[in-house]
Design a protein around this ligand. Structure first.
Ligand code: NAI
Length: 336
């Protein structure tokens, strides 16, 4: 029987993966630990290992897994920047992912961040609970007729463009591969420089690759409109966070909405409410009144979790039976 070791397993992973496993009845072993070189031994004798975004699937870890008989790493995410694909290929380990489980989940969360910031809902929530019904400091702005720049118009960026068309926004996009649906929606493709200088709202939906690491750095931020709304639900390292903090201090960035953070591993997905946060950059970000951070939850809807679990189990079956999967990832690509 196929045995699967599931790393970084949270209670919701147990719920959704167990439901998706009803038909196949594989032996699922849920392990709360994150996969790294020290925990890889837990997967000894497991042909399939299932991982999430903060698991370390680098070469050292893959070598241990391969030596112990693992033949398949099943990502329960779209992004795979945490996997050494070349190493996996050399070691004969198949890597699969869940390519598009619910672009709507991430796109709707993006809209939630834009609207919370533009209408200061995050501030109003705390204020009203404290019995303060004053409107001072809560002045918002309409996103109707504003220019929204979408960096990366793939599956998620396209749904963002669809949703924004309902708000009557002008949308401009930057992507090396423009897509037809966005063109139909009236998205105008422009250079990154033009997008940065023309947008009232900038939202990032490209993968993390060597090309997009710190895509939004000091030079890029020097081009933005003063008071811009900057949203990142893609990967933390696409933004140079220290440069972003400087731009917030100079009030060049008017609002910042993040679902991802450069150093989120070890912080996000954990309850640190009783601990002292040691990351000074994150702590500084949390002090700004115009910054709203969520802890990598954009994907986290019932619909998306069901799809992730079903596709992951289908990938495991496919690799166990045929050695491959339609959702196999090979070296050369990157994609929560
Ligand atoms: P996708 O692969 O459908 O689209 C990505 C788009 O980015 C493609 O059209 C690609 O051509 C474009 N792109 C690549 N390099 C670029 C560059 N240098 N500049 C501009 N565009 C570039 O991926 P999808 O499904 O839309 O996901 C996008 C990203 O969102 C993922 O890579 C992942 O990092 C992130 N994500 C975050 C989640 C969360 O919970 N916060 C959940 C799911 C995905």
């Amino acid at each position: 029987m196929t045995r699967v070791m599931i790393f970084s397993a949270e209670p919701y992973d147990v719920e959704f993966l167990s439901a998706a496993n009803e038909a196949a009845s594989y032996e699922l072993n849920f392990q709360p630990a994150r996969l790294d070189v020290s925990t890889a031994r837990l997967a000894d004798g497991y042909p399939s290992v299932c991982v999430f975004v903060h698991d370390d699937v680098g070469r050292d870890v893959l070598e241990v897994l391969a030596e112990q008989g693992t033949r398949h790493v099943a990502l329960r995410s779209a992004g795979f920047n945490n996997v050494d694909l070349e190493g996996a290929r050399e070691l004969g380990i198949t890597v699969s992912r869940v390519p598009a489980y619910s672009p709507h989940a991430v796109a709707e969360h993006t809209l939630a961040l834009i609207l919370s910031l533009s209408r200061r809902v995050h501030r109003a929530y705390a204020r009203v609970r404290d019995g303060n019904f004053s409107l001072a400091g809560l002045l918002g702005f309409n996103i109707h007729e504003k220019t929204v720049g979408i960096i990366g118009t793939g599956a998620i960026g396209t749904v963002v463009a669809e949703l924004l068309s309902g708000f009557g926004c002008r949308t401009i996009g930057h992507d090396p591969l423009p897509n037809e649906r966005c063109l139909e929606l009236g998205v105008e493709y422009v250079s990154l420089e033009e997008l940065l200088s023309a947008s009232d709202v900038i939202t990032i939906h490209c993968p993390l690759t060597p090309d997009t690491f710190h895509l939004i750095d000091r030079d890029a931020l020097a081009r933005v409109k003063r008071g811009v709304v900057l949203i990142n639900t893609s990967r933390g390292r696409v933004l140079d966070t220290k440069a972003v903090i400087e731009a917030l201090k100079r009030q060049e960035i008017g609002y910042l909405g993040l679902d991802v953070y450069e150093e989120e591993e070890g912080v996000f997905f954990r309850d640190l409410s009783e601990k002292v946060i040691q990351d000074d950059v994150l702590s500084r970000l949390l002090t700004f009144p115009n910054v709203l951070i969520t802890g990598h939850q954009a994907f986290f809807t019932k619909e998306a979790m069901t799809e992730i679990a079903n596709t992951t189990m289908a990938n495991i079956t496919s690799v166990a039976e045929t050695g491959t999967s339609p959702n196999e990832v090979s070296s050369g690509g990157a994609g929560a």
